[in-house]
Design a protein around this ligand. Structure first.
Ligand SMILES: Nc1nc2c(c(=O)[nH]1)N[C@H]1C(S)=C(S)[C@@H](COP(=O)(O)OP(=O)(O)OC[C@H]3O[C@@H](n4cnc5c(=O)[nH]c(N)nc54)[C@H](O)[C@@H]3O)O[C@H]1N2
Ligand SMILES: Nc1nc2c(c(=O)[nH]1)N[C@H]1C(S)=C(S)[C@@H](COP(=O)(O)OP(=O)(O)OC[C@H]3O[C@@H](n4cnc5c(=O)[nH]c(N)nc54)[C@H](O)[C@@H]3O)O[C@H]1N2
Ligand SMILES: [Mo]
Length: 673
């Protein structure tokens, strides 16, 4: 009889699907959606279904031994080396940076390649204990949105419980495309929600096409759109004055700007028809209404202001703290369950202050010979995902920079390493998952031995700590003890075996109502429409209705959102998914294609001051005139020109939190030949 184990997908995705893994007679695994899991409902998304049965189990593609560089940096020439020897040489080199320079001259970088609690959290204990510097990872993704709603609501991580959609008459999805970025949330949650769905996106995504109403603003104009909708809401007396009086600070400071933004004016500024602005307001006013702000929304030059402007909708209509109402950007599920992240990550082990480097500054920081002597990178592939990729490659090639990469695969970043260490995949060790949308803890259950010398991140760091002679017991705490402590913190009734059996643990039987007490962790304790904190950071006290100007001289605004065939840059090397998603494409509006003399299928040159890329044109009116789209996440080493589109992003930061403005890139597009 076939035996299956329940596990959970730990990818950086809204879904956190339950998975059933069955050992096949040939020794490989069948990885499929768990029919009993409320999110997965028996099916994985196309990309994970392929990759987990494909490249994740391919011993040729996986790293199975440690590697030592044997050619020039970036050449991809390595020789296999014993794991203990590799770890000892890393330990020696880090110790020498600590002795001859300072611990802060070691730079550690990780992000969300795997989000299970041990594999993503425990390595920080080592980083803290050594006193290394760290990359502020959120700046590559969602920091400005986090900071904006912290200013306004005290937190951006206390979102609605998706289950409360059953009580909602309107779901406003603003700058998210779950059809790609959370396929199960799209199909089941949004698809079955009783309320109307309004989507705001400059691209007619699948999510937008399926919505009851799609508002299609020009990129970076969302603040004006929000003020226009607020004007229409005010017109229909939809502001909740008693809520405002009791729970909102500074509403009066935005009223004049709202009054001035008649829907006709907002329409002219954003390109959204006036009637649609009013229709969106009617839907939201009917309430209770949910607001989901996506992470694409804030990757714009004024992303922080945009997130604050959109946050005015729930603040002024009182759509918070009751069934069917609420806001969502992220859910810190672990904290909601009572898990102590500081304990998990060993924050108290830090005795030496490190420096903090923004992800967008990575290339500059690593290029400086007076700066870092060692770079330790895992759970992320910045050569594919970070800004300024060409400069980053040059910086990583510095002779006196010692680079250690830990991954499942020989990524573009790993190709620049002096030592590569092989990581186990989530199918190969026990852990606990806590996603960022649905309120549940999931089991991660070992279904196979790691291939060759591969080990879970946390075990690699335990061995590194040992090789360096570090002594803090927290650095050596075994996985089962950490897992037991986490379940204990969460108050899970039953040990890990009970979680293995159940697959997941939901947060109560009924939808949890976020902000039910209408207490906000801001200086005033209320929702801060006007923020002295913002002012002290050099920002406007209140959100304002300004917009980005459209690109000049015939250039196009290039958006690079999530692809349905990849998870960030993960799976870019899966052969079947490569066939689905090749060649690299750029979507252009028919009016721009006509003007530029470009036809579908033709090779085009995409250029700005950073460099040039060649992509295949797709002509389609899913994008607006003046806007182009090309999906993120390709591996440079697999592209004909050796670059992906982060070649074109110079790392310009947006208005809040030193965060990414990657959807603000401007490019000149021309036919090739
Ligand atoms: N142009 C453009 N660029 C973008 C974006 C965009 O919208 N446009 N989005 C940005 C965003 S939002 C993000 S979050 C970043 C993400 O960019 P990355 O962090 O680079 O991408 P991921 O694919 O999440 O993870 C990277 C690596 O983690 C590895 N990994 C998986 N599991 C494990 C494990 O258990 N152990 C170890 N050691 N490694 C593991 C994978 O093999 C993969 O190589 O990209 C950013 N880059
Ligand atoms: N399949 C898949 N799933 C993923 C990922 C992936 O790469 N692939 N990445 C994961 C990660 S790390 C993240 S952060 C999330 C991100 O997932 P989402 O939160 O959905 O964000 P994005 O895909 O970056 O962008 C969403 C939408 O924002 C739109 N957008 C761009 N600029 C603007 C603007 O100015 N205004 C408005 N209103 N909208 C705008 C884009 O057109 C896009 O359709 O997805 C996660 N899930
Ligand atoms: Mo992200």
């Amino acid at each position: 009889m076939e035996v299956s184990v329940k596990t959970t997908c730990p990818r950086d995705c809204y879904d956190s699907c339950g998975i059933l893994v069955t050992a096949k007679s040939d020794g490989t695994l069948r990885v499929a959606g768990d029919p009993e899991h409320p999110v997965a409902r028996g099916a994985l998304c196309a990309k994970c279904g392929v990759a987990y049965n494909g490249v994740f189990q391919d011993p040729e593609a996986r790293l199975t031994t440690a590697l030592r560089r044997s050619g020039p940096k970036g050449s991809g020439q390595f020789e296999p080396v014993g794991l203990a020897e590799a770890i000892n040489s890393v330990a020696d080199r880090l110790a020498s940076v600590i002795e001859t320079r300072t611990p802060a001259d070691i730079l550690a970088m990780s992000y969300s390649g795997t989000m299970s609690l041990l594999a993503s959290g425990v390595p920080s204990r080592f980083v803290n204990a050594t006193g290394a510097s760290e990359v502020d990872d959120g700046t590559i993704c969602n920091r400005s949105g986090v900071s904006a709603w912290e200013l306004m609501f005290g937190t951006a991580q206390y979102g609605f419980d998706p289950r409360t959609a059953r009580d909602s008459s309107c779901i406003l999805v603003w700058g998210a495309n779950p059809a790609h970025s959370g396929p199960h949330a799209y199909r089941h949650w949004l698809g079955e929600a009783p309320g109307k769905v309004v989507v705001v996106d400059p691209v007619r995504t699948r999510t937008a096409a399926d919505a009851d109403l799609h508002l299609q603003p020009r990129p970076g104009t969302d603040a004006a759109l929000a003020f226009g909708i607020l004007n229409a809401l005010d017109d229909m007396s939809a502001f909740n004055e008693s809520f405002i009086a009791a729970h909102v600070v500074g509403a009066d400071e935005v009223r004049a700007a709202i009054e001035a933004m008649r829907p006709a004016k907002a329409s002219a500024m954003t390109g959204v028809p006036e009637a649609d602005i009013r229709e969106a307001a009617r839907c939201y006013a009917a309430g209770p209404a949910l607001l989901w702000c996506g992470q694409g929304l804030q990757r714009q030059a004024r992303g922080g202001n945009i997130m604050r402007a959109v946050g005015l909708l729930p603040a002024l209509t009182g759509n918070l703290g009751k069934p069917g109402a609420g806001i969502y950007y992220l859910n810190d599920v672990a904290t909601r369950f009572g898990i102590d992240a500081d304990w998990l990550e060993g924050t108290k082990l830090r005795r030496v202050e490190g420096r903090t480097v923004g992800a967008l500054d990575l290339a500059t920081a690593l290029a400086d010979p007076q700066g870092f002597g060692a770079f330790l990178v895992w759970n992320t592939n910045p050569v594919a995902s970070a800004a300024n990729s060409r400069a980053l490659k040059a910086a990583l090639s510095r002779d006196d920079l010692f680079v250690v990469a830990i991954d499942l695969f020989l990524t573009d970043t790993a190709r620049y390493a002096d030592i590569v260490l092989p990581a186990a995949s989530f199918l190969e060790f026990d852990d606990i998952t806590a996603g960022y949308f649905n309120l549940a803890l999931g089991v991660q259950s070992m279904a196979a031995e790691p291939p060759g010398d591969a080990l879970p991140n946390q075990e690699i760091f335990r061995r590194l700590a040992s090789a360096m002679g570090l002594e803090e017991p927290a650095l050596f705490e075994p996985d089962d003890a950490v897992i037991a402590a986490l379940l204990d913190q969460a108050g899970f009734p039953g040990g890990f075996d009970a979680l293995r059996e159940a697959g997941e643990w939901r947060f109560g039987d009924e939808p949890h109502i976020a902000f039910a007490d209408l207490a906000f962790d801001t200086p005033s304790g209320h929702i801060e429409v006007a923020s002295a904190q913002a002012e002290s950071m050099g920002l406007s006290r209140v959100p304002v209705a300004d917009i980005d100007s459209p690109p000049a001289d015939g250039r196009l605004r290039l958006l690079s959102p999530a692809s349905q065939w990849r998870l960030n840059d993960s799976y870019a090397n899966d052969p079947r998914l490569m066939r689905r998603a090749s060649p690299a494409e750029i979507t252009l509006h028919p009016a721009d294609a006509d003007r530029l003399g470009i036809e579908s299928g033709q090779m085009v040159s995409i250029k700005n001051a950073q460099g040039e890329l060649r992509l295949t044109a797709i002509v389609s009116d899913v994008v607006l005139p003046g806007t182009a789209m090309s999906y993120k996440g390709r591996w440079p080493q697999l592209e004909p020109g050796g670059d992906n589109l982060n070649l074109l992003y110079d790392g310009t930061k947006n208005d809040l939190g030193e965060s990414s403005a990657v959807h603000g890139i401007e490019v000149a597009v021309a036919p090739v030949g």
